[in-house]
Design a protein around this ligand. Structure first.
Ligand SMILES: *Cc1c(COP(=O)(O)O)cnc(C)c1O
Length: 495
């Protein structure tokens, strides 16, 4: 039987992949999950001979089972093309005793490009397949990187509009500049007075607002989500973990079947969940190491079994991980609850009412492949400094959190398995912090001059994505209160 999609919150009939992609979030507020995690139909050895695009098809076809071969291949061709600055799409770089899986070679130099370059094509294909005539309105809350990657993916894609909300004072200068300079007749960018969780909560509320949905439908619109809760984002992320393994195999760094560990700098839990799916599909992964910054809700959760968001929210140098409610964790909770939507829904209700929930011992046992770790601000900058000093390789702040957590894990456990660290952003996306870590005496009058200085020191060329925004005009300057998001959306759509 082919894969169908179910909500994590109520027992119901399964829906097709294309319908799940279109809806983003289920009507009951749940996330869509596949009826089962499919196993590979090719051997690791066979997959090691495939290009990234071929491998992407081999994996995604198992999940997007109502897409025809032509439809899916077409989406893949349009996504993984010369928008990426390397033929291999996701290169694996060895440094300091680990492998860094560089996921930042796309249009916006962060890993969100891996999924957001294909989502618009999956979405418009899904709309065609389901005879949708409404214009699709993408509503997105961003902690920095999703926003620009979604804007770049959707800009001027016919039949779509996109509205992005970001915390006005919670993203880096370059991240903000990337978003507010976005071109395209169908794009809007709005800063909110609040943090990322406020933005995400506001977007979720609009998705659950039936009255608003009715109003939109009358005017020929319907919402969909580009956030990492969309199954059309999760599935493309599985591909690069398989790719990493088969690349190690091809390069004879590991033997076929040898277990590896994977470390992922985590915020909303989408990236590491994709690694978990890859493991369950058949990639020989032992530990999935979940790395947090000082907002260490997930670290505490893996240690104690209690998820508790009632704590101070910290702004760190890895803003894309400054998250207290990791939305995608819900899919894992559902899984460890034995695919029981009732059980999961009651935990999610507690989370929404009290900001916390606890899992029982049996559920906790099913988390045995996960390890939690975290790095403080000081440790993160030191990691960038130390790795640069010893190898010349420059990490961004998010990857540095993971790298530091890995080093601590290895020291504590003496587990020396081959390890892949997901490298989620180019150092040029967080130039300020990176320069503070490797060359505190070198300054620049702005982030761009600093980028030129980083280039001089590191010998890594300034990416095109940074050059392009250097002199670009600001096209978006709307700011709204966190309680005015709905009104803002209605105004922007003219309803
Ligand atoms: C989004 C993001 C993360 C966190 O990924 P999740 O899938 O939300 O856990 C980590 N690093 C960077 C650079 C990101 O943009």
């Amino acid at each position: 039987m082919s894969v169908e999609y179910f909500s994590t919150r109520t027992k119901g009939d399964g829906i097709t992949a294309s319908k799940a992609i279109l809806k983003g979030l289920s009507d009951d507020g749940g996330l869509f999950v596949p009826s089962y995690i499919p196993k590979f139909e090719s051997t690791l050895e066979d997959m090691s001979k495939m290009s990234y695009r071929e491998l992407a098809y081999e994996i995604m076809r198992l999940y997007f089972s109502d897409f025809t071969e032509d439809e899916l291949k077409n989406c893949i061709e349009k996504a993984y093309d010369d928008k990426f600055d390397t033929e291999s799409i996701a290169p694996l770089v060895s440094a300091g005793g680990a492998y860094y899986l560089e996921l930042f070679h796309g249009a916006t130099i962060a890993f969100k490009d891996m999924a957001l370059s294909i989502l618009p094509h999956l979405l418009t294909t899904s709309a065609k397949k389901n005879d949708i005539k409404n214009e699709i309105v993408i509503l997105t809350a961003t902690s920095g990187d999703t926003g620009k990657a979604a804007l770049a993916g959707f800009a001027d894609v016919p039949g779509t509009r996109i509205i992005v909300f970001y915390p006005k004072n919670g993203v880096s200068a370059i991240q903000e500049k990337q978003m507010v300079t976005q071109k395209g007749s169908n794009v809007n960018v709005v800063g909110i007075t609040g943090n990322f969780d406020d933005a995400q909560t506001g977007v979720k509320k609009m998705f659950n607002d039936k009255e608003l949905a009715g109003l939109l439908n009358e005017k020929g619109f319907q919402f969909s989500s580009a956030n990492s809760i969309n199954i059309g984002r999760l599935v493309p992320q599985i591909v690069y973990y398989v790719y990493a393994y088969v690349t190690l195999l091809k390069e004879e760094k590991i033997k076929d079947g040898e277990l590896i560990n994977v470390v992922v700098p985590t915020g909303n839990f989408g990236n590491i969940l994709a690694a978990f799916y890859a493991k369950n599909m058949g990639v020989p992964i032992d530990k999935l190491i979940c790395a947090s910054n000082e907002n260490k809700v997930l670290f505490d959760f893996f240690k104690t079994g209690e998820y508790d968001r009632n704590r101070e929210f910290k702004l760190t140098s890895s803003p894309s991980m400054d998250i207290l409610i990791s939305s995608n964790l819900e899919r894992l909770i559902y899984f460890i609850a034995g695919n029981d939507p009732v059980r999961n829904a009651s935990l999610m209700e507690m989370l929404s009412k009290e900001g916390r929930y606890s899992i029982d011992d049996e559920m906790k046992k099913r988390l045995s492949s996960f390890e939690g770790g975290y790095a403080t601000e000081e440790e993160t900058l030191k990691e960038i400094h130390d790795l640069y000093d010893s190898t010349g390789y420059v990490l961004d702040t998010h990857t540095a959190v993971a790298s530091c957590v890995y080093r601590k894990y290895k020291k504590d456990t003496a587990d020396d398995k081959t390890t892949v660290i997901a490298s989620t952003a180019s150092p040029y996306k967080f130039t300020n912090s990176v320069m503070k870590a490797i060359a505190p005496d070198v300054t620049g009058k702005d982030d761009f001059e600093l980028a030129d200085n980083l280039c001089r020191i590191s010998n890594v060329p300034v990416p095109k994505a940074v050059e392009e925004i250097r002199n670009a005009p600001v096209l978006h300057d709307i700011v709204c209160d966190k309680d005015e998001m709905k009104e803002t959306v209605m105004k922007l759509l003219g309803i």
